[in-house]
Design a protein around this ligand. Structure first.
Ligand code: GDP
Length: 523
């Protein structure tokens, strides 16, 4: 049966998984891909992160990334839905790219380690999702181990992240005494480590088990029933609307490693996760089902093959259908291009995409044509999608050319990499020293490597540590206020800002100079 273009679009579910390293993102992703039949055995998504490497060992990162290029986007079909999972690399790989990836999805899955609760990285990524108002689904992982109590975990969601939650299911016991989950949504109990036939037990209209089931003998069952009653009375109400606007997160408990609760999660997730959503552009909202092709570049990844030096620009399709060989225009320059070389992303191999629709991600070979945030369209009307937000850098280095005779390639390289969105650039007043800002250490390492390999420029980088950037009005620039604790610089658009050494320096400064308005437009 031929599916119409509209049905194709409506079948898409595009999301990213956000979590702190080690919460179980790789494990869960693998299970999802197994259900989708995209991979055949666990352990194929990434080389296992066993061999610890120094973050400065770029070659090692390169190898790792060489693999993660292909798994940047994973696609599979399940229950009539076409699922795209976008990878948001964890720790060493943490960079602005990670944040920008969240601009290209329609929902997010947040994994929390039941023993650790909400961790630093999760908070950062959560904030970006919150800013976009996209639905967030929570999977609380590792129930096969002893962890915090489910009530504690829910309280953390509300206190630390400030999001209301609705448990779709509830654990019965935990760790060695993990018996299963009470599934409020499907009105059944799903038993842990029980064969297929007996795994699911139906609940009666009072929400309890009828019949002679062993699990009823256990006091943990009674405890779960009590907690469920408490949730029914005092907890949040289920609301599809609040899930959709991102103010209520449905919570699922499970164990990715033992593949428990994952399928239930996937099926329920697919039911409530949004299909591709309209995107804001300068001409108004662009509907995903409108026929004219359009998309925007949210990430540019340098190809790790130094012999080729090509890059891949990741494009989120926002409307229409991509077809190989089609002609598009780059809105920023008005340049026409034929999209012949493109890659589609699957877990196993990188194969050439033939057709992709709104919600899908395509990778285009890039020889320097694209910039982060670029719009491409097949229409005559050169629309521009909303600017991608910049993210507040936290780490800073002073940078200069090792060889003073090679200033030209140094400047060329920096300018191009800054334009591409690889790193943020600031300059001091008068001396015009270059300072780079990043959200993660890896960005500096990638920068250094690319300067050397692509622009033949060795750089000297001297860390000046973490800083808190705050912008000021141009007419309030006063160079005498610049010090090492509050360094006055300008950004790439010549807008002035202070880099404060820490919270204390920031507070001290604002107490002393209440007339100077400090702002952070990125938050
Ligand atoms: P990532 O860094 O978020 O991708 O985390 P991984 O998926 O690599 O998992 C980190 C570690 O936690 C690995 O040793 C996994 O085997 C383990 N792990 C993942 N899920 C579970 C789970 O449900 N239970 C237990 N006990 N361990 C898990």
């Amino acid at each position: 049966m031929m599916t119409s273009f509209k049905d194709e679009v409506l079948s898409r579910r595009t999301f990213a998984i956000i979590s702190h390293p080690d919460a179980g993102k790789t494990t869960l992703t693998e299970q999802l891909l197994l259900f989708g039949g995209a991979i055949r055995a666990a352990g194929t998504v990434k080389g296992k992160k066993t061999g610890k490497f120094a973050t400065s060992d770029w070659m090692e990162i390169e190898k790792q990334r060489g693999i993660s290029v292909t798994s940047s986007v994973m696609q599979f079909e399940y229950a009539g839905k076409r699922v795209n999972i976008l990878d948001t690399p964890g720790h060493q790989d943490f960079s602005e790219d990670t944040y920008r990836t969240l601009m290209a999805v329609d929902s997010a899955v947040m994994i929390i380690d039941a023993a650790k609760g909400i961790e630093a990285q999760t908070i950062k990524l959560f904030k970006v999702c919150r800013m976009r108002g996209i639905p967030i689904f929570t999977f609380i992982n590792k129930l096969d181990r002893q962890g915090k109590t489910p009530l504690e975990l829910l309280a953390e969601l509300e206190e630390v992240l400030g999001i209301e939650s609705y448990p779709m299911n509830w654990p019965i016991g935990m760790g060695k005494e993990f018996l299963g989950i009470y599934d409020r949504y499907h009105h059944r109990i799903e038993q842990f480590r029980v064969e297929e036939d007996d795994r699911f037990l139906p609940l009666n209209e009072n929400g309890e088990l009828d019949g002679n089931y062993g699990i009823k003998e256990n006091t943990l069952y009674d405890q779960a029933i009590e907690e469920i009653m408490l949730l029914d009375e005092a907890g949040n109400e289920f609301s599809e609307e609040n899930i959709a606007n991102g103010t209520l997160t449905p919570v699922f408990f499970g164990s990715a490693l033992t593949n428990f609760g994952v399928q239930t999660f996937l099926e329920t997730y697919l039911q409530f996760a949004p299909s591709p959503q309209p995107r804001k552009a300068d001409v108004g909202e662009i509907e995903p089902t409108s026929e004219e092709f359009s998309g925007f570049v949210f990430k540019i990844q340098a190809n790790m093959n130094p012999a080729h030096r090509d890059r891949i620009a990741f494009v989120r399709i926002c409307s229409g259908k991509f077809e190989r060989g089609m002609n598009v225009t780059l809105s920023r320059t008005g340049k026409q291009m034929k999209l012949s070389q493109s890659t589609q992303f699957l877990a196993d191999d990188r194969s050439t995409v033939d057709a992709a629709v709104s919600g899908d991600i395509i990778g285009l070979y890039d020889t320097g044509t694209y910039q982060i945030g670029d719009t491409i369209t097949s229409g005559k009307n050169l629309i521009h999608f909303e600017k991608l937000p910049q993210f507040t850098p936290e780490l800073f280095v002073r940078v200069s050319a090792k060889n003073v005779m090679k200033q030209k390639s140094f400047h060329k390289g920096i300018n191009q990499l800054v334009q591409e969105g690889a790193i943020q650039l600031y300059r001091t007043y008068r001396t015009e020293d270059y300072i780079l800002g990043a959200v993660g250490q890896l960005q500096f390492e990638v920068f250094e490597h690319r300067m050397k390999n692509e622009y033949n420029s060795d750089v000297i980088m001297e860390s000046i540590g973490s800083k808190i950037p705050r912008w000021i009005d141009e007419d309030q620039v006063d160079e005498s206020l610049s010090s090492s604790r509050s360094l006055l610089v300008k950004d790439r658009y010549d807008k002035p800002l202070f880099l404060f050494e820490n919270d204390f320096a920031l507070r001290w400064f604002s107490d002393k100079h209440p007339e100077i308005k400090l702002s952070n437009p990125m938050e």
